[in-house]
Design a protein around this ligand. Sequence first.
Ligand SMILES: NCC(=O)N[C@@H](Cc1c[nH]cn1)C(=O)O
Ligand SMILES: [Zn+2]
Ligand SMILES: [Zn+2]
Length: 524
Amino acid sequence: MSLITRGLRVCYGSSLPAIALTSTANKFRPFCRTYSVTQKQVPKKMAAERTLPQIFKFVDKNAESYKALLKEAVAIPSVSCDPKYRDDCVRMVHWMQDKLQEVGASTELRDVGYQTIDDKQIKLPPVLIGSLGNVPTKNTICVYGHLDVQPALKSDGWETEPFDLQERNGKLYGRGSTDDKGPVLGWLHAINAYKGIGEELPVNLKFIFECMEESGSEGLDELLMEKLKPEGFFDNVDYVCISDNYWLGTTKPCITYGLRGISYYFLEVECAKMDLHSGVYGGTVHEAMSDLIYLMNTLVDKDGKILITDVYKSVAPLVESEKKLYNSIDFDPEAYRQSIAAHKLAHNGVKEQLLMHRWRYPSLSLHGIEGAAFQPGAKTVIPGKVIGKFSIRIVPNQEPEEIEQLVFDYINKKWAERGSPNKMRITAQSGRAWTENPNHPHYQAAARATKLIYQTDPDMSREGGSIPVTITLQEASSRNVLLLPMGAGDDMAHSQNEKLNVRNYIEGIKLFAAYLYEVGILPK
Ligand SMILES: NCC(=O)N[C@@H](Cc1c[nH]cn1)C(=O)O
Ligand SMILES: [Zn+2]
Ligand SMILES: [Zn+2]
C-alpha cells in the first residue's frame, strides 16, 4: 500500500472528475497508554552533575559563534515556494551537509525527483540524510528539521533586510531565524558542545533535513516510505524529535504532541489570455476577478465558520478527558491579542475555545490572489487570469482526500450557481494532522530536560500549524515522536520581522544537549 498523500489533486470547473491519488487512513492515536519508567541505573546523577554544567558553560562561552553561524545560514535565501530561489535551496542543503560533516556525521544527499510548476518540471532540492554514532547499547534519536523558508522582502514591512540576521534588544531578526534554521543549528551546537568538553554523545543520532517543508515537503514521504524504510534507516531508531514550532506564550516552555494538517488550494479563474484595459474592455467581458471573489467569499463566514458542506462531519469528537486539558494550559488571551495588535479575538477571547480552535478544530484562511494588481497605485487593469489561494488546517480525523473532495464538490456547486462562462480550475496539496502519546517516557525525558533549563514544568501542548512529514515519520519508524520547540510564541514565523530571542537560542542549545542526555539514560 502506498503512503503517498501529498500529491497534487486537480478538479476542473465543469463536471470533470478530480484525479484521485492514493492515501492512507489518518489514524487518530488516543494518548491513553501509560508507562512505568525505570531509568537506566547508570550514574545519572553523577553524570548530570558533571557533564551538563560543563556543557552549559561551553555553550555560554560560544554564544557569539552560534549567532555568527545563524547569520551565515539566514544569508542563504532558501525560499522553497519560488523556483527562482531553487539554487539557493540546493546551496543551503550543501552548506548544512558541510556543517554536519564537521561535527563528525556521515551524510548523503538523496534525490527526490521533480516538481511540476506551470507544466514545467523543476528539480527538487536533495534531502540531506546523516548519521552520527552507531553504538548498539545507546538509544538512537532521529532528528528532522527543514532548511527552507517562507518568502520575505524588506518592502513587506521588515525593519531590516530579512536575509541579513540582525541583533536588536536581545532578539535575532531574520527570515528563518526561528523557522527553522535556528533550531536546526541548535542540534549542531549541542553535539559540538559535547565534543567541546571531551564527552561522548549519550545517544546515536540520525538526521533528516529537507528544503521543501514550507511547500508541502514534496518527494519526502516517498523517500521515507519507499526508500529509507525498506533500506532499514529506521530499524535502530528509538525516538524521533522535531524542533520546528514555538512555545504557546513568551515565558513558559512547552512540549508538543499534536499538529494540525493542511489542505492547500489554488483556485484559478481565467477570462482572457491577457490583462485588459478596463476603460476599453470593462463592461464587455465577464471578469475573472469578480468570479474568484464570489467563490472565495462562499468559503467561510465572518466568525470563522467554514461553509463547505459536511466539512466538520469527521472531526474527532471532543471527549470529557480532553476538554479538561485546556483548562490547565498556561495561555493568556489578552497578552496574545496584544502581541499581534488584533482588535478583538474570535470566540469572545475565551481561553479554552481559542486553544481548541487553534489545535483541534479546522480553520480556513484566505491567503492571497496571484495575478491581481497588488502593487501600490491605481492600475486600471482587468486581470486575465487570477489564482486565489486558501487553505484549511485539518484535524484528527479529517482525511486529506475526503476534505479535498468536499472542497471540489462545493466549489463546483458554487461555480454552477455563478453560471460564469469563464474557465475555472482548482488544485490541492495536502498533509495530514498528527497526534502522539505525551505520557510516553520520551516526553518525560524531554520534560526533565526542559525543567533543568527553564526551572519550570513545561506545558504539554498541541499546535495549530503543520509539519506534514511528522505523521510519516511516526509511521515509518513506529516510534514515539516529540516536538521540542526552541522559539517563543511571539517569534512571528512566516511574518514580517521574524525573530529568535538570543535567550531561546542559547538556552535552546542547552535544552537540546540536556534532552540528548535524558534520552541517553532511558532504558534501551
Ligand atoms: N514550521 C512549520 C510550518 O510553518 N509549516 C508550514 C507548512 C506548510 C506551508 N505550506 C504548506 N505547508 C505551515 O504553514 O504550517
Ligand atoms: Zn518550520
Ligand atoms: Zn514555517
